[in-house]
Design a protein around this ligand. Structure first.
Ligand code: 6GU
Length: 253
């Protein structure tokens, strides 16, 4: 996959994804990342990329032409057609489903705004979709772009080892992830649930499913489509609820 990022801070994006799984995806050439700075396409001695908004008000708006030239340069660098995604708090919320969809594309161009935003005419002419990473305000799209790149990189075939397999991640089954434990079994902070050391794989899978369902019910009821759950899942969730009613969430068996 190829990702081009239109940003005033290309070095920041490169640094953000230079480590861990995303760094490795780059080294393995599963993902190629290219930054394009609109300032390099701006005119005049001052290389202006922003101006005051018509109608007045605070902040600055990014100019059409430097952005358009940077997008054109990015497009021209590779013949594959690119989807243009603008990172903005006005966008559709980023979900794992959206990440999966973007991850299947051959090419994506991420457009990062700074200041109050980007001239709306540039968005209308060039942008295919607008994406937000949550209901809070960042001072620019760069961190959001790094979030998209990370989430998409780890889904590229070969990016994760078996041990890191994405299949069991939170959200991949529409549920939050179950809790995890490692050595030592006994610690002053508590004991690892016995079932995880039983060697009984069916029981372990059942425990993990119950914890994932229970956590999702407790923490993110908005994600839980109860009517759509299987009979077995209903039973697991009811077990969790019964236990919760009895001992709260510090039960570990
Ligand atoms: Cl994509 N950009 C900015 N500037 N702020 C955000 C955001 C994006 N998503 C949430 N807040």
């Amino acid at each position: 996959m190829r990702i081009d990022v239109i940003t005033l801070f290309p070095d920041f994006i490169a640094q953000c994804v230079a480590f861990g799984v995303t760094g490795r995806a780059g080294e393995r050439q599963l993902l190629s990342l290219h930054g394009w700075n609109p300032r390099d396409y701006a005119e005049g001695n001052y290389r202006r990329v922003d101006e005051r908004p018509f109608g007045g008000g605070p902040g600055m708006v990014m100019l059409i032409d430097p952005l358009r030239a940077a997008i054109a340069a990015a497009r021209a660098a590779d013949p594959a057609p690119a989807r243009i995604v603008y990172l903005t708090p006005q966008g559709a919320p980023l979900t794992q489903a959206k990440v999966r969809e973007l991850a299947t594309r051959e090419r994506v161009i991420l457009l990062c705004g700074r200041y109050e935003g980007v001239d709306e005419r540039l968005i209308e002419a060039e942008v295919d979709e607008e994406v937000s990473i949550g209901d809070y305000v960042l001072s620019g799209g760069e961190l959001a772009a790094a979030v998209v790149i990370d989430a998409v990189a780890r889904l590229q075939e070969g990016a994760l080892s078996d041990a890191e397999s994405a299949a069991q991640d939170s959200f991949e089954g529409g549920l939050l992830d179950c809790p995890h434990y490692t050595r030592p079994v006994e610690h002053e902070l508590g004991r690892v649930p016995d079932v995880l050391m039983s060697g009984n794989h069916a029981e372990i899978a059942r425990w993990r499913r119950r914890e994932a369902l229970g956590r999702t019910w407790q923490r993110r009821p908005d994600l839980l489509d109860e009517p759509a759950l299987s009979k077995a899942d209903h039973q697991l969730l009811n077990e969790y609820r019964a236990r919760f009613a009895e001992v709260g969430d510090d039960f570990d068996g």
